[in-house]
Design a protein around this ligand. Structure first.
Ligand code: ADP
Ligand code: MG
Length: 257
């Protein structure tokens, strides 16, 4: 049983504070959903937990079984058991997914042959054609292929905790089902703990979310059971986050993948 404990987490981009005191505890096997309006800081939270560059942490802690992650490099956090499926996966020309996973698995003490088999079976599980394993990572992949590809990495790397930043964006209904089922299986296969950032109840139903958190203005405003997500679909975020004209997100349209 592992525990990811986030306490009083604050972070800025440039001189703008985005995270304003986030508290969250996720245990092995649990699925926590983070739902909130565009530009509220959900991807910032995901990136700060994983240690992506570009953010300045100004307070708080992120501990995995008592080990402070803040200050560690991304690879060290990955080695500690944290995985991030990015909202906008990075394209890496000249490097194929198969190579990346083999290198990672070798570093973790596994032999290349068994990794190749595992990668292929994980690809089959989420309906990603095996030919994608040989192509440059994410280059000219469709939105859905990128998300399936992230899910293959998750299945091969078997992290203790996965942060899924809008893993459902760009997926059609069938692909969403495959990806959600793979992640849901992982919560029992090796007790994966999940933080799932999403706008859609459909993913949460398929993942059997245990806790739903409403996130706005850089912090968690309310936490509850799955019924909170159902309520959100009806009422929107208005109650928690009155529309602010200055809060325009800089990110690209998630549907334009
Ligand atoms: P969400 O994922 O909830 O839509 P983000 O975490 O992507 O929100 O962004 C939160 C706020 O921080 C937004 O106003 C966004 O424009 C800003 N922001 C995030 N990353 C950067 C960056 N690298 N440079 C400038 N502003 C950023
Ligand atoms: Mg985002």
């Amino acid at each position: 049983m592992s525990e990811l404990v986030i306490e009083g987490l604050r972070a800025s981009v440039g001189d703008r504070e985005i995270l304003r005191g986030v508290d969250l505890v996720v245990r092995s096997g649990e699925v926590h959903a983070i739902m909130g309006p565009n530009g509220s800081g959900k991807s910032t939270l995901s990136g700060v937990i994983m240690g992506r560059p570009g953010y300045t942490v100004t307070g708080g802690s992120v501990r995995l079984d008592g080990t402070e992650l803040l200050g560690l490099d991304v690879w060290e956090r990955a080695q500690a058991g944290v995985f991030l499926a990015m909202q906008y996966p990075v394209e890496v020309p000249g490097v194929a997914l198969g190579e990346v996973l083999t290198a990672a698995a070798n570093a973790g003490g596994r032999d290349s042959g068994s990794v190749a088999e595992l990668v292929a079976s994980e690809a089959d599980r989420v309906g990603l054609d095996r030919s994608f394993l040989l192509r440059s990572l994410n280059v000219d992949f469709s939105g859905g292929e990128k998300k399936r590809n992230e899910t293959v990495q998750l299945g091969v790397l078997r992290p203790r905790f996965a942060i899924l930043d809008e893993i459902d964006s760009g997926l059609d209904v069938d692909a969403l089902g495959q990806v959600a089922r793979r992640v849901e299986d992982a919560t029992t296969e090796w007790s994966l703990g999940v933080i799932a950032v999403t706008h859609y109840n459909r993913l949460l139903e398929q993942l059997h979310a245990d806790v739903v958190h409403i996130f706005a203005g850089g912090k968690i405003l309310q936490s509850g059971g799955p019924e909170l997500a159902t309520q959100l679909e009806i009422s929107g975020y208005g109650e928690w986050a009155p529309a602010e004209p200055s809060a325009a997100p800089l990110e690209p349209d998630p549907f334009d993948l």
